[in-house]
Design a protein around this ligand. Structure first.
Ligand code: CUA
Length: 160
């Protein structure tokens, strides 16, 4: 019956529009979150010989460098801690973290931010963040990495 077919088409069209509407809403939400929380998606920044992390290159000298108006941090996540042991940044300046591991898999999660990076030996993870509030930010490892995993904590300090 022609009449019924039209009813079905209308019904389908409504669902297609609903689906497209939801996709649009999600895209807008994701964009909004990236803008408001900072786009801190970690990316791979290259590979490194895990056996040489402690002896060669930037990670053998874990540090925070000020480059112009920004910071660059080279971080070792190891069993069981982080180097450098203390990091300080001025509020409102972009920080780019490069992180790797000389031993097993760890993670680098900074509380009260959306920084949460898996750290894999042989891989360099990179993540950028601009701290908008001064204070102490705990750093924790949330990949089980051995007996000392629960004690693998640190902190960074954002100064006003
Ligand atoms: Cu490192 Cu858990």
């Amino acid at each position: 019956m022609e009449h019924n077919e039209h009813v079905v088409e209308r019904y389908e069209r409504a669902w297609i529009l609903f689906g497209l509407g939801m996709v649009t809403v999600f895209i807008i939400l994701i964009g909004y979150m990236m803008l408001t929380m900072g786009n801190t998606n970690p990316v791979g920044a290259g590979r490194i010989d895990a056996t040489k992390v402690r002896t060669e290159g930037d990670f053998a000298n874990p540090r925070v460098e000020q480059v112009g108006n920004e910071y660059v941090a080279y971080i070792q996540a190891f069993a069981f801690g982080y180097l450098p042991a203390e990091m300080r940044f001025k509020v409102g300046k972009k920080v780019t973290f490069y992180i790797t591991s000389p031993d097993v898999q760890h993670s680098f999660q900074v509380h009260n931010t959306n920084i949460n990076v898996q750290v894999i030996p042989g891989e360099i993870a990179m993540v950028s963040h601009t701290f908008t509030r001064p204070g102490e930010y705990p750093i924790i490892c949330n990949e089980y990495c051995g007996l000392g995993h629960a004690n693998m904590i640190s902190k960074l300090i954002v100064e006003p």
